[in-house]
Design a protein around this ligand. Structure first.
Ligand code: 5CA
Ligand code: MG
Ligand code: ZN
Length: 470
């Protein structure tokens, strides 16, 4: 447990991802290396969303009366909201909240925008910073007070059926996104007591971090008509009636980066999926007195070739420091592939490759007409292998049990996720959490017939997941 937490904090500093010394608790600085990883990650996400969403940008500040309109929603956030009370020396007559999430910023505007059926469906998203005065233990990227990378999508529909379909579309989008990053996940429906404040239900993505605890890395909420009624978002039907709309919203955060670091990292440091690594290839020249120039010449050409032909992000590391030190540094920073070039390799028309994910070296023939294709194939294989390995690790950390005692044993021994049959009743669920001392994550979306609850023998319809969570 503590070992992973120490590793995680150390690598954020050593790999220069973020600087946690900023003088506001739970708010950190993105450093250049980390910012590049975040940028490439967001590019992948936006490419998927931009297929059928429009990107927008709403103000940061929300008037107190708007935030307070949806009673359950504001109840869920009232302890976490930051407030602006002054403009300069003047006290504001109306306090302004820093958005903890943007339902109450967006929905008064949606009420103005939605006039009739033809305005629907609406699918918007924004990637902004949001603020939550987290009182639980804050952790960089995992539980922060300024969520710097909050992707929130908000959709508006004419019917409940279309809204259900949108929830499924959002789940597909998240699966596609996490698969691109090789982050494995379970998808479950949160229990009633743990859904998003104001939602009908919440579908959540969880991954398992190396310490065996699960991290909620994304959520999809079916908001039904609750917010439509609170914010009067209606459309005029063909026959002139006014119908309330149905809505969903789905969010991701800095935890995406936390899970990429946690899931793929190892003792040597970061191990980054090629699609988001600041550099995909680093070229290290092995320079001796003799033959140094042609090695440098060769490396420069190779760098250009890979950039132009394979469209890769390549760094030729010709700094005047020992090769071994470069190896350590780029492995720690998680660069997927290193190419070493020495005078002897040139003579033998070879180069040496080192894969960060397998930590294996390989001597490959250097054929100028093939090298770009060869390196591209290695990159693809790295992405695939990282995803498969991480997926296998997660699968091996999910164990099914038939009794509460077994669940307790497994939790104390391994952590990870335990699955079992639960009747779905609140008090029985709370009783199970009490006994096993961990949280019910949720229930699998698929139904399972004729099984009984491991705690009360009532009929159970869903396989349930239980885990120690962040
Ligand atoms: N303090 C936090 N630090 C980092 N990530 C967080 C924090 N709080 C929530 N998250 C992440 O943000 C995601 C979305 O937050 S949420 O409350 O579940 N959902 C919403 O706010 C909806 N409005 C989605 S648009 C969560 O699934 C979780 O992965
Ligand atoms: Mg919270
Ligand atoms: Zn039960």
């Amino acid at each position: 447990m503590s070992e992973f937490s120490e590793w995680f904090h150390n690598i954020l500093e050593e790999a220069e991802i973020i600087d946690t010394r900023y003088p506001v608790k739970g708010m950190h600085v993105w450093l250049p290396q980390g910012f590049k990883i975040r940028k490439h990650t967001l590019n992948i996400l936006k490419e998927i969303l931009d297929k059928d969403h429009e990107e927008v940008l709403f103000p940061l500040l929300i008037p107190e009366d708007e935030l307070a309109k949806e009673a359950i929603h504001v109840k869920g956030f009232e302890e976490e909201v930051y407030w602006v009370t002054h403009g300069g020396l003047t006290e504001l007559n109306k306090k302004l909240a820093l958005r903890p999430t943007s339902e109450t910023a967006m929905y008064p505007m949606f009420s103005l925008w939605v006039r009739n059926h033809s305005d629907l469906p609406m699918k918007y998203y924004q990637i902004v910073n949001t603020f939550r005065y987290e009182t639980k233990h804050t952790r960089p990227l995992i539980r922060v007070r300024e969520i710097t990378t909050f992707k929130e999508a908000h959709t508006v529909h004419a019917t409940a059926e279309e809204t259900e379909k949108q929830v499924q579309d959002a789940v597909k989008i998240y699966k596609q996104f996490f698969d691109k990053l090789g982050i494995p996940y379970t998808v479950s429906k949160r229990p009633e007591w743990d859904k998003f404040p104001g939602a009908e239900y919440t579908v959540a993505f969880d991954t398992i971090m190396p310490d065996g605890k699960t991290l909620q890395i994304g959520t999809v909420h079916n908001l039904g008509q609750t917010f439509a009624k609170t914010f009067d978002i209606t459309y005029e039907t063909a026959t002139g009636e006014h119908e309330y709309v149905y809505q969903t919203c789905y969010g991701l955060s800095d935890r995406i980066i936390a899970s990429v670091i946690g899931v793929h990292g190892d003792k040597a440091g970061l191990s980054l999926p090629p699609d988001i690594a600041p550099y995909q290839v680093v070229i290290v020249p092995i320079i001796f007195k003799k033959g140094g120039e042609e090695v440098i010449e060769f490396c420069k050409n190779l760098e250009e070739k890979l950039k132009l032909e394979a469209n890769l992000r390549v760094y030729f590391d010709d700094r005047d420091i020992r090769a071994g030190k470069k190896y350590y540094e780029w492995e720690m920073r998680g660069i997927p592939l290193r190419i070493e070039v020495g005078p002897r390799d040139l003579q033998n028309k070879k180069v040496v490759t080192f894969r960060r994910d397998t930590q294996e070296k390989e001597i490959i023939d250097f054929d100028p007409s093939k090298i770009s294709e060869t390196i591209t194939e290695i990159m693809d294989d790295v992405s695939l292998k990282m995803k498969d390995n991480a997926g296998e690790k997660l699968e091996n950390n999910i164990r099914s049990v038939d009794s509460i005692e077994e669940a307790e044993d497994i939790m104390s021994q391994y952590g990870g996720i335990v699955t079992f049959d639960w009747c779905g009743d609140r008090e029985c669920g709370k009783d199970i959490e009490e006994k096993v001392k961990v949280d019910i994550l949720g229930v699998q979306l698929s139904e399972k017939e004729n099984s009984t609850c491991i705690n009360c023998d009532k009929p159970s319809k869903h396989i349930t997941l239980l885990a120690k969570t962040y």
